[in-house]
Design a protein. Structure first.
Length: 564
């Protein structure tokens, strides 16, 4: 590995913190990985990138790992460029990494198609982040040449993988472009990188870097310009196709629901995507009034977030986080929901697809249910539910199993499907049920903590909002998650003493991570104690003594063995 060079030494600022965009989001270095075969000028290309960034006033670092002899491996050049000029950092300096990290690459530029796929295969490129520039030209591997017949890998399959595993991809024959310009492929790669828009530099700065070269500058400029125009043209064509597709989709899309448009008008446009999903989910789960309750609650969180300051109000991170988990929590699973999902036509069609049933085939679907006292009580009024649960607890105290009603419903029959649809139609019972009352009360406690935290500090509000992730699943898992959430709110978000809200937010983040990492809760209890909060109370569990069944010998113990 070559030593890093550029203007990147030193740690992050004597003042603390990191550089941030105008919207308050932290800046991270732009990461570029270049792969080139021997003799293609990869080292020159890396130097050009460093020189361009340095003359533009940006911190930059470059490292390289040499490849093995000839075609058995390419040399890789890793470059990190900080997107903010040094003049805007107030004397602070970024910290760079010496090697690329899988999944954290902004640009992959490669001079050979199989080398591009090789880097994708080890996880360097991701569809969410990585822009890929690759040559379609091939330099055959030794293994391909050794085959008696045509041992070449299919180019179409390689290009398909490139497009599948990239956010954007431009592929063209860089070898031909370099040959036409009378230059080496490094100049072509340099032009392709410039046209990608990944780096915040003007075209003239790239060209000036080439002109400073000792020899071959004119040929390199020709190759640079040719590649720049090819990539720019490919990007323009792709944008035109995308715009045409969006216009066609908009033309055939159904008219927007005026009621939803009016309801979302009070929220920033960057939140509309997730709010529409949340409203659709809750309207399907219950009704339009329930979806409106969802928006009313988010309106309170947004108001609290805006009180924290302009930066938090622009990012809306806390409101977006609450919107995710609130929609999931409000649509809690119960027997009505299960019956609804089990009896939908889409579910039956999915089952037929999974078993590969033909149109004339009869598919029998048998659903197994085992509702217990808690599931039945959830739809009963509070007084009736408490009586039922007291009766079930007395059963447990007498050493009996918890009450459960095993059912096998043949969903493929008229009677079975009708039974499920009748149960699915009982949505109105939810609002009268004890479970609904308990869930709404717990949700309000969480939202109150989020609002209070957001007013004090944006980071604190966000961390409390993210604790909504603890509530998941159903049954005992769901109850344990809610208990953990309330314990964190009661003892870290409010009661515990911290020097400042930043420390409080860090403690909540640590406790949440511990709760998600350990189902038994041991790590969570340790995190709570570490931050001065009490561990969770020990929950009483009944001890059941099970005797031997009649006619079955008792198990032999070590003492019995010795006596024998």
């Amino acid at each position: 590995m070559s030593p890093p060079h550029g203007r990147s030494e030193g740690g992050l600022l004597p003042l603390g913190g990191t550089a941030r965009s105008a919207e308050g989001a932290p800046f991270t270095p732009t990461t570029i990985l270049v792969t080139a075969l021997g003799g293609e000028g990869g080292g020159v290309l890396a130097e050009w990138l460093v020189e361009t960034a340095t003359r533009a006033g940006h911190s930059v670092q470059s490292t390289s790992i040499p490849g093995v002899a000839q075609r058995t491996g390419a040399t890789t050049y890793y470059v990190e460029v900080f997107p903010v000029p040094d003049s805007e950092l107030g004397g602070r300096r970024p910290v760079f990494s010496l090697n690329p990290v899988p999944g954290a690459l902004d640009l992959l530029a490669s001079s050979e198609l199989l080398e591009t796929v090789r880097q994708i295969g080890i996880g360097m490129a991701t569809p969410e982040r990585t822009h890929v520039l690759t040559s379609t030209s091939r330099s055959l591997t030794v293994a391909e040449k050794m085959q008696l017949g045509d041992g070449r890998l299919a180019e179409g399959e390689l290009l398909g993988m490139v497009r599948q595993m990239s956010r954007e991809a431009e592929a063209f024959d860089m070898v031909a472009a370099a040959r036409d310009a009378g230059t080496v492929i490094s100049a072509v790669l340099f032009g392709a990188i410039a046209a990608s828009g990944i780096l915040p530099f003007e075209l003239r700065m790239y060209e000036e870097t080439i002109r400073r070269s000792e020899r071959g500058a004119e040929a390199s400029l020709r190759g640079f310009a040719k590649a720049f125009e090819i990539v720019a043209s490919l990007r323009r064509d792709r944008q035109a196709v995308r715009a045409a597709a969006e216009a066609a989709a908009e033309a055939i899309a159904p008219a927007p629901d005026e009621r939803k448009v009016a309801a979302l008008a009070a929220f920033p446009a960057d939140l509309h995507d997730i709010l529409v999903l949340g409203c659709d989910r809750l309207e399907d789960y219950q009704d339009a009034g329930y979806a409106q309750l969802y928006l009313d609650r988010l309106g309170r969180v947004l108001g609290a977030e805006r009180q924290a300051g302009d930066a938090a109000g622009r990012s809306h991170a806390t409101t977006r986080e609450v919107a995710r988990f609130l929609a999931l929590w409000m649509a809690f699973d119960d027997i009505v929901r299960v019956a609804d999902l089990k009896s939908r036509a889409s579910r039956i069609a999915r089952v037929r697809r999974e078993v590969k049933a033909g149109e004339a085939d009869v598919v029998a679907i048998v659903d197994h249910f085992k509702p217990g006292a808690a599931e039945i009580a959830s739809l009963l009024p509070k007084a009736w539910a408490e009586r039922l649960m007291r009766w079930d607890r007395r059963r447990l105290a007498r050493g009996r199993d918890a009450f459960a009603l095993p059912l096998k419903i043949r969903t493929h029959t008229v009677f079975g499907l009708l039974l499920l649809r009748v149960l699915a139609a009982m949505k109105g019972l939810r609002r009268r049920g004890s479970r609904y009352t308990e869930e709404q009360a717990t949700i309000e406690r969480w939202l109150a903590a989020v609002e209070a935290g957001a007013r004090r500090d944006p980071a604190l509000g966000f961390e409390i909002a993210a604790c909504g992730r603890l509530v998941k699943g159903y049954g005992a898992t769901n109850e344990r998650g809610k208990a953990n959430l309330l314990h964190v709110i009661d003892h870290l978000a409010t009661a515990a003493t911290f020097s400042n809200d930043v420390a409080r937010a860090e403690a909540i983040r640590g406790a949440r991570s511990a709760a998600l990492a350990d189902e038994a809760g041991t790590a969570l209890d340790q995190a709570l104690v570490r931050h001065g909060a009490p561990p969770r109370p020990v929950k009483a569990q009944p001890i059941r003594w099970v005797g031997a069944r009649p006619g079955r010998p008792r198990p032999r113990t070590p003492a019995h063995e010795e006596a024998a």
